[in-house]
Write a new protein. Structure first.
Length: 236
């Protein structure tokens, strides 16, 4: 693909997307971030309704972009951003289900590492198992930001599953290994960042608890989970 040719999934030209992108699974959450945080946001993508905007935040150029649900979807969008649009940093903000009794609805989870049942790493033909991890610089700044803002958070491993409706959930086994929460995208993002020599971080808000059974609505997740966004924009 030429530099001025959109990819099959992102209808932007090279240069229309900032080097730092904050991504969300729900494109309406990306739209909300553009309206809430960005000055002079410009829509650069509406292919498949996966909204993407570029604007400025406190004088810094930044983009926000939807990535859809699951490892295959974020794998496509993050790959294209890293490899075709000159993106250097991606921060994912999303929801996660708590596996830890001390993580409550609305708390933040910073994914230092990501366990998975996905086969995404097989494409790299590695002679062993790859451990997908966050960029430490981003992670350290996120921790400092959350502490400065007074937000409750935990840092550690998440479990990223290919199956939302699992015939044989293994929650207790992951809990026994100290895994904090379950989400569906971090490993592909971290692997694509590693392979392209770039940086990534996954910040999640607890939307439900596998420990207590508490849940939130889709509307609450879309509109009220803004603490992770505060942290993400503060570290760009």
């Amino acid at each position: 693909m030429g530099e001025n040719t959109p990819t099959p999934h992102i209808g932007a030209k090279y240069g229309e997307i900032a080097e730092t992108v904050i991504m969300a699974g729900d494109p309406l959450r990306a739209k909300m971030m553009a309206e809430r945080f960005l000055e002079n946001p410009v829509l650069y993508n509406n292919v498949r309704g996966m909204l993407g905007y570029t604007g400025t935040y406190q004088g810094k150029r930044v983009s926000v972009q939807g990535h859809g649900m699951g490892i295959p979807s974020i794998g496509i969008y993050s790959y294209e951003l890293f490899n075709y649009f000159g993106v250097k940093t991606i921060i994912r903000v999303g929801s996660a289900g708590s596996m830890n009794k001390d993580l409550k609805i609305g708390d933040l989870v910073m994914a230092m590492g990501a366990c998975t049942n996905s086969n995404y790493a097989a494409q790299f033909h590695l002679p062993g198992s790859f451990a997908p991890i966050a960029d430490f610089g981003l992670l350290r700044r996120a921790v400092e930001s959350a502490e400065r803002l007074g937000y409750r958070y935990k840092v550690g491993n998440v479990y990223s599953s290919d199956t939302f409706y699992d015939e044989n959930p293994a929650t207790e086994k992951w809990q026994n290994m100290g895994v904090l929460a379950v989400e569906m995208e971090a490993p592909a993002l971290y692997m694509n960042a590693a392979r392209s020599g770039n940086r990534a971080l996954c910040l999640c808000t607890i939307s439900d608890s596998l420990v207590t059974g508490e849940v939130t609505t889709a509307e609450e997740r879309q509109n009220n989970f803004t603490k992770m966004m505060d942290v993400a924009f503060s570290i760009i």
